[in-house]
Design a protein around this ligand. Structure first.
Ligand SMILES: [Fe+2]
Ligand SMILES: [Fe+2]
Length: 215
């Protein structure tokens, strides 16, 4: 099986889990559909970072596609979802032909993507750092900002601006507190946040000039 076929198989495995979770709880359907779209974007970011950092691309791609499997199948949504996800995919990875070493490498990246902690012994790999970085880049996408502010679209202007100010604070906090582990990841994350900051600042500035000019 070549990498393209493996990726398709892994994507099918993940989507089947998502679809079963949707059937079980249709109320979660939008959230689960979003989770898969997020997964695909994380995989795209992971590919770029892996190429730039000289990591094993196959490990990164497969780990990215499976990193949120526990959320996607509605098994766990908390900080444990990485470690639970790793347990869920280990037998499947062997089934599709991964060696013990590769399967452990993929599982380690999945297990640690949230908080860097694993419940089994493994060196802290470049591939794991990349999966975690790629995930964090998508947490601050234009899409997330649009959805967050869209909730206020039908409210008054002040509520929207208040939400924009809160988001600005959130971006500053993210810059200080979120741990990005690779050089390329740091660059992409900074770019992502900077874009959002400029957007929020312009949104607030437009509000502030919605008055008569000072003479
Ligand atoms: Fe996650
Ligand atoms: Fe994620």
């Amino acid at each position: 099986m070549n990498l393209k076929e493996k990726m398709e198989k892994v994507a099918l495995f993940a989507k089947e889990k998502r679809d079963r979770a949707i059937i079980k709880n249709p109320d979660y359907s939008a959230r689960l559909i979003y989770r898969w779209q997020h997964t695909l974007r994380v995989t795209q970011y992971g590919k770029i970072l892996a190429e730039k950092e000289g990591a094993e691309i196959e490990i990164v791609l497969i780990a990215c596609l499976l990193h949120d499997i526990a959320k996607l199948s509605d098994r766990s949504r908390d900080v444990e979802h990485g470690r639970i996800g790793a347990k869920m995919v280990r037998p499947f990875l062997k089934e599709i032909g991964y060696s013990d070493e590769d399967a452990e490498n993929i599982c380690y990246a999945i297990a640690t993507h949230v908080d860097g902690k694993s419940d089994f012994e493994h060196p802290h790999t470049l591939e794991a750092k990349i999966v975690s970085d790629a995930d964090k880049i998508d947490r601050f996408s234009n899409y997330r900002t649009t959805v967050a502010l869209g909730k206020f679209a039908n409210d008054d202007y002040e509520s929207l601006i208040l939400a924009a100010r809160k988001r600005l604070v959130r971006f500053q906090k993210a810059r200080r507190e979120i741990r990005i582990q690779t050089e390329s990841g740091r660059k992409a994350f900074d770019e992502q946040i900077s874009l959002q900051v400029v957007y929020m600042e312009r949104l607030i500035a437009d509000y502030e000039i919605s008055v008569l000019p000072k003479i």
